[in-house]
Design a protein around this ligand. Structure first.
Ligand code: BEZ
Length: 211
């Protein structure tokens, strides 16, 4: 199968997880989703990552995002490791972890990069919209833990730009100025952005973040 790209439908699947058998689309419902893989259970970076995601529960809920993790280790391994994560990271893992021993889901999403590692999944992240299309893909090497604040930031941008004719500039954070979509004329921008805008260049118009 060719590699997934932005805008592709996120493949659906049934999988054994630490919270029982789950159909991915049923789990997501109408929510946004994050599917992320990690190389292996009982490894230090992954332990901090899953603990961090558990602690961000409220942030994900605020944004209507459901999270699911994956590694190619088995269910018994996941269960023991979850106890370790809870204890060492002072949290409670509150999302399912897929036990992808047959690599069905990893292969579907291209999470194994043989030149990095023949068997273990790399640190892939997929953000999936309520329409089940892929909105963001990021791949990190095993040696680098992910920045989950960056993921929240991108989700804020995706959710804003899905509904308003704006885009978000470099290093943008929720609440900061945004740029007006270049496809809008100034007349249209006047109507859509009553707070006004600064025209730095005809193609670069900044406006306060719309409500
Ligand atoms: C880790 O999660 O700590 C890790 C996993 C695989 C390779 C290196 C580090």
């Amino acid at each position: 199968m060719s590699a997934l790209q932005l805008g592709d439908k996120a493949p659906n699947f049934d999988a054994q997880t630490s919270e029982g058998k789950i159909n991915f689309y049923d789990y997501l419902g109408d929510s946004w989703g994050i599917l992320f893989s990690h190389p292996a259970d009982y490894t230090p970076v992954c332990t901090t990552e899953l603990g961090t995601v558990a602690k961000y529960k409220d942030e994900f809920e605020k944004r209507n995002v459901k999270v699911m993790a994956l590694s190619v280790d088995g269910l018994e391994s996941h269960k023991g490791w979850i106890e370790d994560i809870n204890e060492t990271q002072n949290t409670q893992v509150n999302f399912p972890i897929i036990a992808d021993e047959d690599k069905k889901v990893s292969d579907l999403y291209g999470m194994i990069h043989p030149k990095a590692d023949d068997t273990a999944t790399v640190r892939s992240v997929y953000v999936i919209g309520p329409d089940k299309t892929i909105k963001l893909m990021i791949t990190y090497p095993a040696s680098t833990g992910r920045n989950f604040d960056e993921l929240l930031r991108v989700i804020d941008s995706l959710q804003l730009t899905a509904y308003k004719k704006v885009a978000t500039p470099a290093n943008w954070k929720h609440g900061e100025e945004v740029v007006i979509s270049p496809s809008l004329s100034n007349e249209e921008a006047d109507k859509l952005f009553p707070k006004g805008y600064k025209e730095v260049r005809p193609y670069l118009r900044l406006t306060p973040q719309p409500e």
